[in-house]
Ligand binder design. Sequence first.
Ligand code: UDP
Ligand code: MG
Length: 317
Amino acid sequence: MANNIISVIIPVYNEAENLSELYDRIKKTLGSITDSYQIIFVNDGSKDDSLIKILSIAEDNPKVFYLSLSRNFGHQIAVSAGLEHCDAECTVIIDADLQDPPELISELYTKYTEGFDVVYAKRNKREGESFLKKFTAKLYYRLLKRWVSFDIPLDAGDFRLISRKVVKAINKMPEQNKFLRAQIAWLGFKQTHVFFNRETRKHGKSGYSYGKMLRLAFDGITGFSDKPLLFVSRLGFVISIFSFLLIIYAVFSHYILQVTITGWTSLLISTAFIGGIQLLSIGVIGEYVSRINSNVKGRPLYILDSTNIGVEENNNS
Ligand code: UDP
Ligand code: MG
């Protein structure tokens, strides 16, 4: 049996200015649902005063816990660390920057009591995010949805409630390259959603650089689909056939038609073209190989610096 009814996991990377308001709003919302809750802050190597803020909140309230990672491991790993340490019948994952309204937790919980194992928050509107980010995200998730064999919800991030069953299943998934929203979709179970308006971040700036975003996008594809590999091997096949036909044509025109094709342009273009395709294909294979590499090493997903949760079996999954 779980010790709490609700657990809330909050990944924190340089969010010092947001934490007091966030905590107040979460506490108020949870208080209106039950007294049996825990809040887990995961400090993901923040460089500002986030940890100090978290420590003082934890000191005031015995329901507040924290995990402090030894450096910045990234949002998905921070959440995964929280999932390994939470102890409740259901768990909510929420951002620290107040883009996800804490008040929505009540609605998520209501759906949970109706028997759903996954209740994700679907974005109606996304405010204050660049056109480029919204456009690429839209394109990416539609592509991913076509490439995987299960149903990935569109316009949803990691803001969601999951039951204990789902948390346990997630904790058993050993991959190093986490992409939780897809992992949860892959698991199945009874899923539903509620709508909300995603607001602009309250203070500070996004911890997701374009580099981190791109890595997450590649993790999503390589983790759940072999389509890119199939695509490059088919492309190689088609181009081989095409060049074979070209060779036959060249020989035919030289010996039979007595016409020899002159000129460097076609040679140059085709060499560059094939070169480009080859590099691209090697790159795609490389993306998979690098993930095999990191999984084979089997390093711990993260290193804990400090925590106030009883440390027993964690930390080396
Ligand atoms: N975050 C984290 N580690 C990181 C980057 C972000 O724990 O390396 C946290 C961040 O504090 C926030 C959540 O993950 O609570 C979402 O990050 P952010 O708001 O920067 O992403 P965006 O909303 O811009 O996609
Ligand atoms: Mg944000």
